[in-house]
Design a protein. Sequence first.
Length: 225
Amino acid sequence: MSKSQPFFKLAKKVPTTTWSSNNPMSTKPKLNTLTILVIGLWIFGTGDAVIIAAGLGVAPWTVLAQGIGIQFDWTIGQATFFISVIVLFLWIPLKEKPGVGTILNAILIAAAIDVMEPYLPHPEQQIYQFVQVLLGTILVGIGSGFYLTANLGPGPRDGWMTGLQRITNIPIGRVRTTIEIIALLIGWKLGGVFGVGTIIFAILIGPVVALFLQLTDRVWGIIPE
């Protein structure tokens, strides 16, 4: 991209960076690519944990994880990993192929939630809860930007979304929204927490991810020849 473009313009696609893998299905990625991937996924999971600890409601898929955790007496991280495994099985009829990033996505985000959440503040005052939800959403956006630019395969949910879009020809936004709503409703029915934090996350996560991708492109992007 041209470095003279506006700094705060939102990215419309995932940029190619100095660490991006040339092959999403590579089983032997470069060390810097793998490092950025792992850092991004851990930041993503930490952001999820920050939102959970805020106590104002969580992201739609985490509502589902909470609900499943309540039903089976699992931690949210364990339930998150379980959901990822189930979604990966749903890839089979779609003929999607997981990459290194797909597998690490399922493992590291779930692990980060369980490892980080006990050490985070659990505020009781609403103003601090709001601040914590915003901080968590920003962290998820930053983690997403690093993880996506590593280009080592989509996460379980993203791969399922793109696979469904490919075979149905339904616009990707509509597929994503439908999946998120279904996950949210099932999780809420199972006892997961739906609240104002869920709404804040749903509204802000798209622009936050797009903004961080733009900043990533600005600082580390490769200019096409």
